[in-house]
Design a protein around this ligand. Structure first.
Ligand code: ADP
Length: 441
């Protein structure tokens, strides 16, 4: 009985001829190149796709060893390999998934995948279904390259991270060293500076003998210069202590009014000197919870800036607000103001607004940086509301003091004082001092 396989049919029989025709058509419409190889490794059949892939015609291929379609380097190995094609096909499906390179007639190569099916009833012939997998190979290679790149990047990143960690440690250590260095240098510098300031004061008082006007001027320069240096050193020391986390706050609950009057009495002469009015609008009986000395430093810094940047005849107003969960204090001036874009930067170290200072250059540029850190260490916030030419208002918050029942409230009944002085400005000065101390005039 005739079969439909390619080998056992009789082309002279009409039904076999039809079957052969159908078989050839089938082979030629197959999307993959197909070859049939006999037991000796010779090509006995090739379809259209095989012609297309290899560039040889079927006639050229017929009877040729299959190795002609392989690049030189695979030929020998392949010939031995081929010997096993049809030995134990069931237990050793040799060709399945075999990745190879094919050689075309024009000498070019392409990656292929061969699927071998031994045709057991045909005396060791083997059907090879070939697939051009150049693109897949290419993609796989690309993926491999990408993976390798990724691995390299990950390794590089890990190395950078490690370096960064080391750097961080170094920076931390350097910071601590810097603070320690500053602390000891500042201390060493302050002692001789106090001597310079003290002796220049003594000279200016002429206790050691009279000075001519030039000598007086020179002495005053020495005194001013030394004072400025001292201020700078104190600021740097303060800042380095804060940054090194060495500044300990001694927080206590105290009346805002009393601390404010202490600051006001030290700032009043400066304001008086520039005919600046100081308006105290705080609620004196309001209690705050802060380090008293540091709180006064905050207020003092804000006041001295306000005086520095306010023209003669201006006004500085200090206010307090008792908010639900914090106390807000503000120092407002009628001075030169600060442009919006500088509102953040002025709180950085050594930042002075060149355009707004307009020649006022007596500061260190550290005041607000220290003030901000002090406020924040108290758990508060500080910011500025200002416009160029329209004055500035510096506001800061402090957490409300914890109310512990039974605390005694300080006695705020003011003592009445009568001031008798015929010189108006001196009277005003005395009055402002006494008022700031809580006396009623
Ligand atoms: P400085 O020692 O220069 O006062 P600060 O840190 O206290 O340093 O202030 C930084 C800068 O912020 C000042 O140089 C000034 O440009 C600006 N500034 C601070 N306070 C005021 C203010 N009340 N009015 C206008 N400008 C101010």
């Amino acid at each position: 009985m005739p079969t439909t396989t390619a080998v056992n049919f009789d082309p002279t029989s009409p039904s076999d001829a039809q079957a052969a025709e159908r078989f050839r058509n089938l082979l030629d419409i197959a999307p993959d190149p197909i070859l049939e190889v006999d037991a000796a490794g010779r090509i006995v059949l090739a379809n259209k796709e095989a012609e297309k892939l290899f560039g040889w015609t079927r006639t050229e291929l017929a009877g040729q060893p299959i190795e002609m379609l392989l690049p030189e380097r695979f030929r020998q190995e392949h010939a031995t390999h081929r010997a096993h094609y049809s030995v134990r096909p069931k237990t050793r499906p040799m060709g399945t998934g075999l990745d190879l390179y094919a050689l075309r007639k024009d000498g070019t190569e392409c990656a292929i995948d061969i699927n071998l099916s031994p045709v057991s009833a045909a005396g060791g012939r083997v059907m090879c279904i070939i697939r051009d997998i150049s693109e897949r190979r290419h993609t796989e290679e690309q993926i491999q390259i990408l993976n390798q790149n990724l691995e390299r990047r990950t390794e590089e990143l890990a190395a950078v991270n490690q370096q960064l960690e080391l750097r961080n440690l170094e920076v931390e250590r350097a910071n601590v060293l810097k603070s320690e260095f500053l602390a000891s240098v500042s201390h060493e510098l302050r002692t001789p500076l106090h001597a310079i300031i003290g002796f220049s004061e003594l000279l200016a008082e002429e206790t050691a003998g009279d000075l001519n006007s030039k000598q007086k001027r020179f002495t005053s320069h020495i005194h001013q210069g030394a004072n400025h240096l001292l201020e700078l050193i104190n600021d740097i020391l303060d800042l380095s202590k804060i940054e090194a986390g060495q500044l300990e706050l001694r927080q206590e609950t105290f009346a805002l009014g009393s601390a404010m009057s202490e600051v006001l009495s030290s700032i009043r002469p400066l304001a008086f000197h520039k005919s600046i009015e100081l308006a105290d609008e705080i609620q004196p009986d309001l209690s705050i919870f802060a380090d008293r000395i540091r709180f006064k430093e905050i207020i003092f810094n804000l006041f001295s800036n306000a005086i520095k940047f306010t023209r003669e005849g201006g006004t500085i107003t200090v206010r307090s607000a008792n908010l639900p969960d914090q106390i807000r204090i503000s120092v407002r001036d009628t001075g030169i103001g600060i442009a919006k874009e500088e509102h953040e930067s002025i709180f950085q170290t050594f930042r002075q607004v060149a355009s707004t200072t307009k020649g006022v250059r007596e500061g260190t540029g550290l005041g607000l940086a220290i003030t901000k850190r002090l406020v924040e260490q108290h758990g508060g916030q500080i910011w500025v509301e200002s416009e160029l030419g329209a004055g500035s208002e510096f506001l800061f918050t402090l957490p409300r003091p914890v109310v512990t029942g039974g605390d005694e409230q300080p006695d705020f009944t003011p003592t009445v004082v009568l001031v008798v002085e015929d010189d108006e400005s001196s009277r005003e000065l005395v009055v402002s001092y006494l008022e700031s101390e809580g006396f009623k005039l």
